[in-house]
Design a protein around this ligand. Structure first.
Ligand code: NG1
Ligand code: ZN
Length: 547
């Protein structure tokens, strides 16, 4: 009873804006910040309930990532550090859209019963919360705290301004019984980076191809955090631009650079020839680029190429590890290595990865799908073309690796095998296994380039991207389009897929698909072909089919 009255009282102070229907979508709730206070309050309640149910720490992140500064959003981190379990999403939608406190309470009661969640403080839950640099985050964090603490026995721990991957990392870390502080995060990243640098092959150690890296922080939270991390690294020279003085995500950042393929604000002719990278507003995406002289155009090195670099390096280490002195293959452990992409992956990257002999699988757009798929492998690498991705290691593989490392360090000192084991262990600590993280991703790219002795141009030459074009078509009801086969085939409206096939067949190396966006009221069109003109023309004619 006490719990009911607390809830009714606090809920009465957060009424949802009339006439607005919100949906948890691909990346939590997102909208203009002025509409979100009641939603964030309610997501606070949800994160608290999830904490009680799992008897673990959960997380709540306030961010709208690469969207404009006036937008904001909220999403929940599950105890693993990953995205909220998908079977809670309909509850999130219902909670956010409940019209009044009584309906809200009824929904909670029903859900708690169904999910066996004791509402009377059986477990003292805890929710870690953080926000990006958006000013609206300040009042939204307060709404989140009210929501969390309106569930008896659950506490809210405010971690302040953080990147999305930092918050997820800390949730994961806490539930593994480890410390969840920013210092510990920097410490783990920098020490595993140092370890990778230590095992760089002799010949490449003093190679100076990797002079300086210039990073575009998208005027968001990532720039500041990278400055902190930088202080703990000695082998790398980083110049951080767009650290927050300009407007967040405006003409800057990973989304802008990847979609527009032009030089971001704060960069210019003096940067020609340098390796550059862009983070997005909450620092979970990373792309590289270089500036061409006398042009506003950039050479983009996207998520697919980061994925290819990672896959190549890991495969090389696995090969070293399983090769016996006499050249035979050690069968003691066959690690399953898998690569996960979406239909947006450039066809040339898929072809390249398959040629390396790798298993490549596809999922629908949205990191929750990619992450889930990647977790089925001993080493699962996933990336979206837009630069969001990471590497997952299975517990059993890491265990085997620890053992192998121990065995090797005593028997074959100085050989490549123990180094390969140590490198893989270092990668598993450097890369953020909770979710894609631009900061840890960046350090891994830098370490691998150094290891290979490659410049960015050399890296970019792994394969040549097929020309591609992305368009969006505004529609009244995007749900009218539904797809199958990892979004490559349209099922409804009937007939469209045949028309797309007929168009696509007109272009050499043509590939084209459409899908409803999970974050905007649009249908997205993607086309690929052997020339830019052809890709543009294919995209345009398919867009006309949708209109
Ligand atoms: P939608 O709007 O569903 O296409 C976009 C991105 C996703 C993902 C989400 C979440 C593209 C084509 N789509 O989703 O990859 O990043 O936003 O932010 O880039
Ligand atoms: Zn983001």
């Amino acid at each position: 009873e006490h719990q009911r009255s607390i809830l009714l009282h606090s809920a009465s102070r957060f009424s949802p804006p009339p006439g607005v229907k919100l949906s948890y979508g691909t990346a939590g709730f997102r909208a203009d910040a002025s509409l979100l206070e009641s939603t964030v309050f309610r997501v606070g309640i949800l994160a608290a309930l999830r904490s009680i149910q799992t008897r673990s720490v959960t997380g709540l992140m306030i961010t709208a990532s690469h969207n404009q500064a006036s937008d904001n959003g909220v999403k929940v981190a599950d105890p693993s550090g990953g995205m909220l379990s998908q079977h809670w999403e309909p509850f999130a939608d219902a909670l956010a859209n409940a019209a009044d406190p009584n309906t809200l309470l009824q929904l909670m009661d029903d859900f708690a019963k169904k999910e066996n969640i004791p509402l009377e403080g059986a477990y003292g839950g805890e929710v870690l919360l953080a926000r990006d640099t958006r000013p609206s985050g300040i009042f939204l964090v307060e709404a989140a705290k009210q929501g969390i603490t309106s569930i008896m026995g659950v506490s809210a721990t405010d971690m302040g301004v953080m990147t999305t991957p930092q918050l997820h990392w800390m949730v994961r870390s806490r539930n593994n019984g480890m410390e969840a502080s920013e210092h510990y995060y920097y410490d783990q990243l920098s020490s595993s980076f140092r370890c990778l640098m230590e095992y760089i092959p002799q010949g490449n150690r003093n190679n100076n191809v990797n002079d300086k890296l210039i990073v575009d922080g998208s005027d968001g939270v990532g720039g500041e955090k990278l400055e902190n991390l930088k202080k703990m690294l000695s082998d790398l020279s980083i110049d951080v631009r767009n650290r927050g003085d300009g407007v967040l995500n405006e003409g800057v950042g990973a989304d802008f650079v990847q979609k527009e393929k032009v030089v971001p604000r704060g960069f210019g002719p003096v940067d020609v020839g340098f390796r550059c990278a862009s983070l997005d507003g909450d620092a979970d995406r990373l792309v590289y680029f270089s500036i061409q002289s006398n042009s506003n155009k950039i050479v983009l090195v996207d998520g697919d190429k980061i994925l290819s670099l990672f896959a190549l390096f890991i495969k090389e280490q696995l090969n070293i590890l399983t090769e016996e002195e006499d050249g035979k293959v050690n069968k003691s452990y066959q690690a399953r290595l898998g690569v996960v992409q979406t239909a947006y992956a450039n066809g040339a990257s898929t072809y390249y990865l398959k040629q390396l002999g790798l298993e490549v699988v596809f999922t629908p757009t949205g990191v929750k799908y990619l992450h889930e798929k990647a977790s089925e492998y001993d080493i699962g690498i996933y990336f979206e073309a837009n630069g969001h991705g990471t590497i997952l290691f299975s517990e059993s593989f890491l265990c085997w690796l620890e053992g192998r490392n121990y065995e090797l360090s005593s028997t074959s000192k100085g050989s490549e095998q123990p180094k390969a084991a140590l490198r893989l262990l270092a990668v598993s600590k450097l890369i953020n296994q909770a979710m894609g993280d631009s900061l840890s991703g960046l350090l891994l790219v830098e370490a691998i380039l150094k290891h290979m002795g490659w410049s960015m141009l050399k890296w970019n030459e792994l394969y040549h991207d097929l020309p591609s074009k992305q368009l969006k078509v505004k529609v009244v009801d995007r749900t009218a389009v539904s797809t199958a086969n990892a979004e490559t085939v349209v099922v409804r409206p009937v007939g469209i897929q045949d028309a797309i096939n007929a168009e696509t067949a007109k272009y050499p190396q043509g590939r084209c698909f459409i899908r409803p966006s999970g974050t905007e009221d649009v249908i997205r069109v993607y086309a690929e072909a052997s020339s830019q003109e052809a890709a543009d023309s294919l995209a345009n004619s398919v867009a006309r089919l949708v209109d």
